[in-house]
Design a protein around this ligand. Structure first.
Ligand code: CP
Length: 297
């Protein structure tokens, strides 16, 4: 059985086929491709984009969707995630979409189910559909000519599942990542990395800004200290119109949620070089293509 746990589960050929399907789904409002199928979503972490776009994708293809509200589920009475998933699987859904803070959990759940699992994000480990929609957005912008493009991934690299999935995926299509972050968010990597954003601006075609994942940091800090840290961070890493005044062809991406004026300035969010909402739009088509692949093909 097929699952989508990380981007490494897909070959390059399979990804290109997903993009072909996504293009067909771009303007498709409804279809009966998944008629009679039932999909369960199970989000142990908050989500706006991923959860709603999976649901919209499933419904546009004619599937029914059951969202288990974790806060009112029996996990609050001590049931393990494994038991929760096994019990949901016993009701014979056609797929389970899960987000959880534990790295590796979706992989370990494979043995508890008889339907495909789609990973909607596991801790800082992987967010495969996000990386696929990111690459799809880049791919569309450059009409498929993405080989050799340089992309600065800016922010909390160490704690970002978006970064880790993109670092697996983008180089397979010939993109060159440059990691830009304060020292404390650096990872050991084979890719170029720097703390100096300004230095790389004229070398990159794409900037992917990332949120600082405070919820994944080990130590809680006082709110007033956090505000100081955010200010310091934004001075060096916030993507502003002023910063990009000479980069007229650059494109700006962000997976969301954006911390305005910390990750990206208000004026840059509105700028025509920003792909942020286009990424969200593409997320529906990509997730439709992923559901088709796992439930139909
Ligand atoms: N990009 C992303 O995963 O957003 P959500 O957390 O809102 O799903």
């Amino acid at each position: 059985m097929k699952h989508l746990i990380t981007t490494a589960d897909l070959t390059k050929k399979e990804i290109l086929k997903l993009f072909e399907d996504a293009e067909l789904f771009d303007d498709l409002k409804s279809s009966n491709l998944l008629e009679g199928k039932l999909i369960v979503t199970l989000f142990f972490e908050n989500s706006t984009r991923t959860r709603s776009s999976f649901e919209i994708a499933a419904k546009r293809l004619g599937a029914q969707v059951v969202n288990l509200e974790v806060n009112t589920s029996s996990t609050k009475k001590g049931e393990t995630v494994e038991d929760t998933v096994a019990n949901l699987d016993a009701m014979k859904p056609d797929a389970i979409i899960i987000r959880h803070s534990d790295c590796g959990l979706p992989e370990s759940l494979k043995s508890y189910v008889s339907c495909p699992i789609l990973n909607a994000g596991d801790g800082k480990n992987a967010h495969p559909t996000q990386a696929l929609l990111d690459l799809y957005t880049i791919y569309k912008h450059y009409n498929g000519k993405v080989k050799g493009k340089n992309i600065a991934i800016v922010g909390d690299i160490a704690n970002s599942r978006v970064a880790s999935s993109n670092l697996e995926l983008l180089p397979r299509f010939g993109l060159n990542p440059i990691l830009v972050s304060p020292k404390k968010f650096k990872v050991k990597t084979k890719f170029k990395s720097t703390t100096n954003l300004k230095k790389v601006l004229n070398k990159v075609d794409i900037i992917m800004s990332l949120r600082v994942q405070h919820e994944r940091h080990d130590r809680a800090i006082l709110p007033e200290k956090l505000e100081v840290q955010k200010k310091e961070y934004s001075k060096k890493y916030c993507i502003t119109k002023k910063l990009l005044k000479n980069q007229k062809d650059i494109i700006l991406m962000h997976p969301g949620p954006v911390n305005r004026n910390i990750d990206v300035s208000d004026d840059m969010i509105e700028d025509k070089r920003s792909k942020i909402l286009e990424q969200v739009t593409n997320g529906v088509a990509i997730r439709m293509a992923c559901l088709k692949k796992l439930l139909v093909d």
